[in-house]
Write a protein of this length. Structure first.
Length: 71
């Protein structure tokens, strides 16, 4: 989980900080830390995973319906 950002010659400290923030967001480190902050029972994890799956399916169905209407 190490994030390394090398400063290029001519980069200001603000630019290096921006690069660091961007890299942390891309690697989704903060979301993982928040998920691991508290223990979740396996049953709760399973329910969350199932609800996320259902939400994604519902969204994809909605998008497919919109695509049919546009044709």
């Amino acid at each position: 989980m190490t994030v390394v950002v090398k400063a290029q010659p001519g980069d200001s400290s603000d630019q290096v900080i921006r690069k660091f923030k961007k890299k942390v967001l891309q690697d989704q480190i903060l979301t993982e830390v928040r998920d691991r902050e508290y223990y979740k029972k396996p049953s709760v994890r399973k329910k969350e995973k199932l609800s996320e799956f259902k939400r994604r399916q519902k969204r994809s169905k909605k998008i497919r319906r919109q695509m049919r209407i546009m044709k």
